[in-house]
Ligand binder design. Structure first.
Ligand SMILES: [Zn+2]
Length: 328
């Protein structure tokens, strides 16, 4: 019995001495950690391009904000922001009063970013006229100009842009109103017979043959027993392409009430016009600009005509001239 009590006592003595040792190690450690923690705090030191830019407690928050910033989430029309070098983080202990300048760190990181914007340019004849913010805006502008039958609709387009330059955006209606072009009023001649210009005049422009040589000339200018003939008739199979004799603007393209049938009139420089009569098809519309040689219609026998042929007229300030002064 006594032996047992003695050994229990021994255990207690042993525990007490162990406790002493533990307390001698643990307590100072806790105190030291406490002192260190009171003055110092684990934090991240942030460097950018090797240069120290500050301390942060919340590395994740900074990384998320930098990622959002690079995705352009904060501002409309930013495609992305390129930051060539990302910041580096390293764990360290700093004095408590030094900690956390996350805002300054973010400002410094953003300061080295290159912003790429994304928006749309409205083009007229491939030349940028306006910028709009969204694809929907760009498409709505084209649709509205189509609806209004704007004369220049073929020349209007849009293109998507990515670059570092921000632009001022125009409103849809502002662009539509500025770009809209009224179709010119068609010029119709109310006489099939002609007033003759007696002599060749210098047109000041070069003409090319609207249809190839080799076809029969079936009626010459001014040489008819049954009334005057204001143009030159060239027989050709139906559908033969008719080319514009010179560049110019189409001033008539449609049905004539005075015998030309489906006809086209093009206004060139110097008051010169060319007329193409009896067409089977018309490929151009009033107001359209055509290049020399562009196919504008096809040979036919519409209107006052007894067979497939091109009736070609050349007019200067309203007076008709013999086409054979210049062609065929
Ligand atoms: Zn004729």
């Amino acid at each position: 019995m006594f032996k047992i009590l003695k050994s229990i006592k021994n255990i207690f003595v042993h525990i007490r001495s162990s406790l002493k040792v533990v307390l001698m190690i643990v307590i100072p450690t806790i105190i030291i950690i406490g002192i260190i923690s009171f003055f110092y705090k684990p934090t991240y030191s942030v460097t950018l391009n090797g240069e120290f830019i500050g301390y942060t407690d919340d590395k994740n928050k900074i990384q998320k904000e930098v990622n959002d910033y690079m995705k352009g989430i904060e501002t409309e029309n930013i495609a992305f922001i390129d930051i060539e070098t990302l910041p580096e983080y390293s764990l360290c202990f700093v004095k408590r009063q030094n900690i956390d300048n996350s805002d300054e760190i973010l400002a410094k990181i953003k300061g080295i970013g290159t912003t790429y914007y994304n928006y749309y340019a409205i083009l007229l004849k491939d030349e940028t006229k306006y910028y709009v913010s969204t694809k929907e805006d760009a498409e709505a502008i084209i649709d509205k100009l189509k609806e209004k039958d704007s004369n220049n609709i073929k020349d209007i387009a849009y293109t998507e842009i990515y670059n570092t330059e921000q632009q001022t955006f125009a409103a849809q209606d502002e662009v539509v109103n500025a770009l809209y072009e009224k179709k010119p009023t068609p010029v119709y001649y109310n006489s099939y017979s002609y007033t003759i210009a007696s002599a060749k005049v210098d047109l000041g422009i070069d003409l090319i043959k609207p249809i190839a040589s080799g076809y029969t000339i079936t009626s010459r200018f001014g040489q008819r027993s049954s009334g005057n003939h204001g143009g030159l008739d060239i027989a050709a199979p139906a559908g033969t392409p008719i080319h514009a004799a010179a560049a110019g603007t189409v001033v008539a393209s449609g049905w004539s009430n005075v015998g030309y049938g489906n006809h086209i009139i093009i206004s060139h420089a110097n008051g010169v016009q060319t007329l193409y009569g009896h067409c089977s098809a018309l490929y151009v519309s009033v107001g359209q600009y055509v290049e020399q040689g562009e196919v504008i219609g096809a040979v036919g026998t519409t209107g006052n005509s007894s067979g497939n042929h091109l009736h070609l007229e050349i007019r200067v300030n309203g007076a008709r001239l013999n086409p054979q002064y210049y062609l065929y």
